[in-house]
Structures are given as structure tokens and as C-alpha cells.
Ligand binder design. Structure first.
Ligand code: ATP
Ligand code: MG
Ligand code: MG
Ligand code: MG
Length: 439
């Protein structure tokens, strides 16, 4: 991408409405724009990051055996009347009437709809286990939307729903998502800690929130320091291995970790003082096992191997991609701007032309840009007329991991500078060496 042809509306001034660093940086870099309270446009730079986050989520959901579909945002109220949640959900639900005066709603979550899909097609235990997920917009009319896309009213959620014949099957489904979540957040450079959580309006009795520790987090959390060092399940994790996944779950639930709603001061106090962590955190994911709550109310049953009808056991599993983007920024930035982890960055490399219009600089930039592009990198070429200082500041601000700096003096010797955004380390090398280093 040539910056001169891209749409990246960088703000010169710090936006006053932003209270936390991620919100400030997302506005400054032109990643998002608020359209009305808690409702955002993802501008091109932000959209690239959001797509990367979604790609990682998708890969890890698919690896665990979950299957993607896409349900609509608008739902008919009827399904929610069946489950009993239409009245219970309260003011967070945006209720709408269509022209026939039929009650509709903008989905805050999809348990009812997926249960309806399931019961329409699946009649036998032979089609189980099944886990269906989508990445779709939700709407919740939050009392206090704030911190940009961290707590918005319209937001993206990856929500998965599992169906099993019995509790044991459902626990394995839960453990699959548990392991997939550990991998997902780790790939984004985040340490997410699964904490015992309240099940809230979803209902049920087994639930974990995945929490990133951050001073600006809205949750108050308490946990053992050991979580900071636990191993993440590998790429070769066998998701069909019931005992293997149980071992991962047992390990990651072997120490105290709870949000304030579930906090047990006595149990926490029993941990040696130096091992205790009492902090603030951001909820980036939440998983639930809720048994037959919806399948019972909505008649989702299958024939079992015994020839009898069984009400299926369900779980639901959410991740907030539009919250993860600011959470990653909260975890990874400095005074100059964002520092994107590799798999998340909007571009892999930014090539900075210090003197656009200079023949040697333009030629070298063109070569680095096209060679890296051919090698499969997403490259941003700063070919604008801005001063070199301004270009450096922009590159740091938007947080692309590697900068290749092409200036008239060094290019006269056939050399460019390669700068690591995170460490600030710079190295001078030939254009070829720079390309080889990156490829
Ligand atoms: P919170 O406690 O922050 O209100 P929640 O517990 O209501 O979140 P869940 O119903 O568990 O949210 O939804 C699953 C995931 O969706 C959350 O873990 C979070 O990552 C994301 N999410 C929920 N509400 C919002 C929101 N208003 N803005 C952005 N992401 C959200
Ligand atoms: Mg909420
Ligand atoms: Mg919550
Ligand atoms: Mg939650």
C-alpha cells in the first residue's frame, strides 16, 4: 500500500474525549471513528487490525473443531419469548418493530437462534458433538459506553455454541474452547487468565472469564502469580484427546483466580503474600456451560444410542474482537505510539522514503517495496511529501513492527536503515541484506 493513496486520517492533536491510552491512539491513528454514542466505523487502518484479530480467532476455532456459519443481527422476538429471556433481558436489548408491527430485536447474543437452528436439523446423537460459531455484530444498549470500542454498544463478538449428548460430552466441548482460548490470546501477545466467573443472565453453573491484567480494566480481579508462567497448549494439541484437554483445564484451574463477583477473601488470603496478584483486568472472553437451560425450554432433543430422546447439553463461548484491539494496545504501546505484536500489525513493514522525488531514494524504495510484497509481506510505503521527521513519527505512532528507512546519504552507498519499532534498535545494511533479513 502506498501511503499517498491510502486513507489514514491521522489526528495531529490528542483527542480530548479519550480517557485511556488505547482509545486515544485508536483515534489519533485514524483506526476508528465514533458515529454516535458507542457506535463506531472501523476505518481502513483499524479494519486491517480487526481482520488480523478475527483471522487468529477463526484459525483457533477451526483447529478446535468448531464450524463457522453466519447468523443475522436482527432476530424475531418470538424465539426469545420461547426461552423466557425476552422480558428478562432488560434495557440492554434494543427492541425494534418492523412495518407489520412485529417485535424484533438486534441480537445481544445468539443462544436462542442457534438452538432453533439446531433443533430444525439435528435429530440424532450421531451428529454430535457439534460446535457452531460466527463472528457477527451484536448490540447492547450499555448504560455507559466508554473507552472507545472497549465498551461500545454495537460490537463484534465471536460466539460459539456447543451441543452434546450429555454432561461429560459438554465438559469436553468446554475444555476444547478453554484450550483454544489460551492459544488465541497468546497468539495476540496477551496473557489471558481464566477466572471463575458468575454466569449472569446466560445461566448455568460452570463459567470462566478470560481476563487480561491492565490498570485501565473495568474488572477487579484476584489471582495467583503462577498464572503468569503457565505453558500455553501447543499447535499440536489434540482436541479429540479427552484426557489431554482435561489435563490442560486442570492445570489452568489449579490456582486461585476470580473476579470480584466470585471473590473469596479467605481462599485468596491463604495464598502466600508474595504470590498474590490483586489487580484490574479486561474481560476479553467468556465461556459457559449451561446444560439444558435453552434446549429444555426450546425442545432441542436428539435420539440417543439407547433409542430414547435426550435433551442436549449446551455451552456458549464468546470473544470480543472489537474489545481485543484496544486491549492489545493497552498491553503494548510506548510514548511514541502503538507497538503491534507481529500477527496483529496492520502492515508487516513500513518503508520510509526520507526524500520523495529523489531518484535514488524513489528507486530503492520501489525495489524494497516490490520485493517484500512478492515475498508475501504486507508493506506500507510512505511516499508522501511530508518531512522525514513527520514520517518517522507517523511510523512509530501506527506501530508497524519493522521500519525500512531509505535516505539520500545512505542510499548513495547502497544502504538503508532497518529499525525495530519495539526495541528502537537500528541497523544499517544493503538493500539486499535488508530484504534477506526480513524474508
Ligand atoms: P462486560 O462484563 O464487559 O459487560 P459481558 O460479560 O456482558 O461483558 P459477555 O456476554 O460475556 O459480555 O460477552 C462475551 C464477550 O463479548 C466479552 O467477554 C467481551 O469480550 C465482549 N463484549 C461484551 N460486551 C461488550 C461491549 N459492550 N463492547 C465490546 N465488547 C464487548
Ligand atoms: Mg455486559
Ligand atoms: Mg462480564
Ligand atoms: Mg461475560
Amino acid at each position: 500500500m502506498r501511503l499517498s493513496r491510502f486513507f489514514m486520517p491521522i489526528l495531529k492533536e490528542n483527542p480530548k474525549e479519550a480517557e485511556i491510552v488505547s482509545h486515544r491512539l485508536m483515534l489519533r491513528t485514524g483506526m476508528v471513528r465514533q458515529q454516535s454514542a458507542g457506535i463506531y466505523t472501523w476505518l481502513p487502518l483499524g479494519k486491517r487490525v480487526l481482520d488480523k484479530v478475527n483471522a487468529i480467532i477463526r484459525e483457533e476455532q477451526n483447529r478446535s473443531g468448531a464450524i463457522e456459519l453466519l447468523m443475522p443481527t436482527l432476530q424475531s422476538a418470538e424465539l426469545w419469548q420461547e426461552s423466557g429471556r425476552y422480558d428478562a433481558y432488560g434495557k440492554e436489548m434494543l427492541r425494534i418493530k418492523d412495518r407489520q408491527d412485529r417485535p424484533m430485536l438486534y441480537g445481544p447474543t445468539n443462544e436462542e437462534m442457534i438452538t432453533d437452528i439446531f433443533r430444525s436439523y439435528v435429530k440424532s446423537y450421531r451428529n454430535l458433538p457439534l460446535n457452531l460459531y460466527h463472528i457477527q455484530l451484536k448490540f447492547r444498549d450499555e448504560i455507559r459506553p466508554r473507552f472507545g470500542t472497549m465498551r461500545s454498544r454495537e460490537f463484534l463478538m465471536k460466539d460459539a455454541y456447543s451441543f452434546d449428548l450429555d454432561r461429560a460430552g459438554a465438559e469436553h466441548a468446554y475444555n476444547k474452547m478453554f484450550a483454544a482460548y489460551l492459544r488465541t490470546f497468546d497468539r495476540m501477545g496477551l496473557r489471558a487468565i481464566p477466572m471463575r466467573a458468575d454466569t449472569g443472565p446466560i445461566g448455568g453453573n460452570l463459567s470462566h472469564e478470560f481476563i487480561i491484567l491492565a490498570d485501565t480494566g473495568e474488572s477487579e480481579v484476584f489471582c495467583h502469580k503462577d498464572f503468569l508462567g503457565f505453558d500455553i497448549p501447543g499447535e499440536d494439541t489434540n482436541f479429540d484427546d479427552v484426557a489431554g484437554l482435561k489435563t490442560i483445564f486442570d492445570k489452568w484451574t489449579s490456582r486461585y483466580a476470580a473476579t470480584s463477583e466470585m471473590h473469596d477473601e479467605a481462599a485468596f488470603g491463604a495464598i502466600a503474600e508474595g504470590e498474590r496478584l490483586s489487580a484490574r483486568g479486561i474481560e476479553v472472553g467468556h465461556i459457559f456451560y449451561f446444560g439444558t437451560k435453552y434446549s429444555e425450554a426450546m425442545g432441542a432433543k436428539v435420539l440417543g444410542p439407547d433409542g430414547k430422546e435426550h435433551t442436549v447439553h449446551m455451552g456458549s463461548y464468546g470473544i470480543g474482537p472489537t474489545r481485543l484491539v484496544p486491549a492489545i494496545i493497552e498491553a503494548s504501546h510506548d510514548d511514541n505510539g502503538i507497538i503491534w505484536p507481529k500477527g496483529i500489525a496492520p502492515f508487516d513493514v513500513v518503508v520510509i522514503n526520507m526524500k520523495t522525488g529523489d531518484e535514488a531514494c524513489d528507486a530503492a524504495c520501489g525495489k524494497v517495496y516490490s520485493d517484500l510484497g512478492k515475498a508475501g509481506f504486507d508493506v506500507l510505503l510512505d511516499d508522501t511529501d511530508e518531512r522525514a521527521g513527520g514520517k518517522f513519527a507517523t511510523a512509530d505512532l501506527i506501530g508497524v513492527p519493522v521500519q525500512v528507512i531509505v535516505g539520500p546519504r545512505s542510499i548513495a552507498n547502497g544502504e538503508v536503515e532497518v529499525k525495530d519499532r519495539k526495541t528502537g534498535a537500528r541497523e544499517t545494511m544493503t538493500v539486499e541484506a535488508a530484504i534477506n533479513k526480513l524474508v
